[in-house]
Design a protein around this ligand. Structure first.
Ligand code: B1M
Length: 210
C-alpha cells in the first residue's frame, strides 16, 4: 500500500477527518471531483472489499471505511452534479417484501457507490411491483435485492420475475444470508454475491467495467 495516494489510504484506514481534509486538498490542487472519486476513493473501497472477502476485516471496519468515503463524497457529489458528469452506471437496490433488515443492503449500496455506481435505494419491505416500477423508471444497469429471512426469500423469486417481466434490459443481482448461487440461478437472477465486496466485483463484471 506504500505507493497509494494518502486519500486512498485514509479511506482504507476509515479516517474520516483525514479523508475530508485530503479531499479538499485534492480539489485545491486542481483535481476534478470525478477523478478524485475514480482514482482516489474507488481504489480504497476496492481494497476494503478484498480485505472483507479474505476475512481480514469485518463489518465494523467496513462501515468505518464506508463512512470515511461518505464524508469525502459529501464534498464531491455536489461538484460532480454541478459539472453535469454522471456516474457511468446506475443501480437500484432494496430489501424484499416483508423484510426489514437493511444493514447488509446498505453495505452493498455503499460498495456500489464506491465502485462508481449511482445507487437508488428503495429501502426495506420493497414489493415485487415496486422493484418493477423502479426498473421501468430508472432503467438501471443492475437491480439488487437483499433478503435476510427464510420467510421472505420467496418474495425475492416474485421480485426477480416482476423485474424480468418489465422487459427492461437490466441485470438482477441477489444476496443475503439465506440466499445462495443455486437459488439465484433457479429464480432467473443474473448473479449472486455472498458479501458486499463480492457484490461490487460482480456488479462491475455484469456491466463490463471489470
Ligand atoms: Co433479525 N433475524 N429478525 N433483526 N437479525 C436474523 C436475520 C436471524 C438470522 C437471527 C437469528 O435467529 N439467528 C433471523 C432469521 C432466521 C431465518 O429466517 N433464517 C432473524 C429474525 C428471525 C428476525 C425477526 C423475525 C425476529 C422477530 O421479530 N421475531 C425480525 C424480522 C423483522 C422483519 O424483517 N420483518 C428481525 C428483526 C431484526 C432487527 C430489526 C432487530 C434487526 C435488523 C436491523 C436492521 O437491519 N436495521 C435484526 C438483526 C440486526 C439481525 C441479525 C442479528 C444481524 C443481521 C445483520 O445486519 N447482519 C441477524 C443474525 C445474523 O445475521 N447473525 C438476524 C450484518 C450484515 C452486514 O449482514 O445482512 O447478512 P447481512 O448482509 C451481508 C450478506 O448477507 C450480503 O452482504 C452483506 C455484507 O457482507 N448481502 C448481500 C446482503 N444483502 C445482499 C445483497 C446483495 C449481495 C450481497 O446483492 C444485491
Amino acid at each position: 500500500m506504500a505507493q497509494m495516494h494518502p486519500l486512498t489510504l485514509a479511506i482504507i484506514d476509515g479516517d474520516k477527518t483525514a479523508a475530508t481534509e485530503l479531499t479538499q486538498q485534492c480539489l485545491d490542487d486542481g483535481e476534478a471531483a470525478g477523478d478524485i472519486i475514480e482514482q482516489r476513493l474507488v481504489p480504497g473501497m476496492a481494497v476494503i472489499g478484498e480485505q472483507f472477502q479474505q476475512d481480514e476485516i469485518f463489518v465494523p471496519e467496513m462501515l468505518i471505511a464506508a463512512n470515511a468515503m461518505k464524508a469525502s463524497l459529501a464534498i464531491l457529489e455536489p461538484l460532480v452534479a454541478e459539472s453535469g458528469a454522471k456516474a457511468p452506471h446506475t443501480a437500484v437496490i432494496g430489501t424484499v417484501e416483508g423484510d426489514l433488515h437493511d444493514i447488509g443492503k446498505n453495505l452493498v449500496g455503499m460498495m456500489w457507490r464506491g465502485a462508481n455506481f449511482e445507487v437508488i435505494d428503495l429501502g426495506v419491505n420493497v414489493s415485487p411491483a415496486a422493484f418493477a416500477e423502479a426498473a421501468q423508471e430508472h432503467e438501471p444497469d443492475i437491480v439488487g435485492m437483499s433478503a435476510l429471512l427464510t420467510t421472505t426469500v420467496p418474495h425475492m423469486r416474485d421480485a426477480v420475475a416482476a423485474v424480468k417481466a418489465t422487459g427492461v434490459e437490466t441485470k438482477v443481482l441477489v444476496g443475503g444470508a439465506p440466499v445462495n448461487a443455486e437459488f439465484a440461478q433457479e429464480v432467473g437472477a443474473d448473479g449472486f454475491a455472498e458479501d458486499a465486496g463480492a457484490a461490487a466485483d460482480i456488479a462491475r463484471r455484469l456491466v463490463g467495467a471489470a
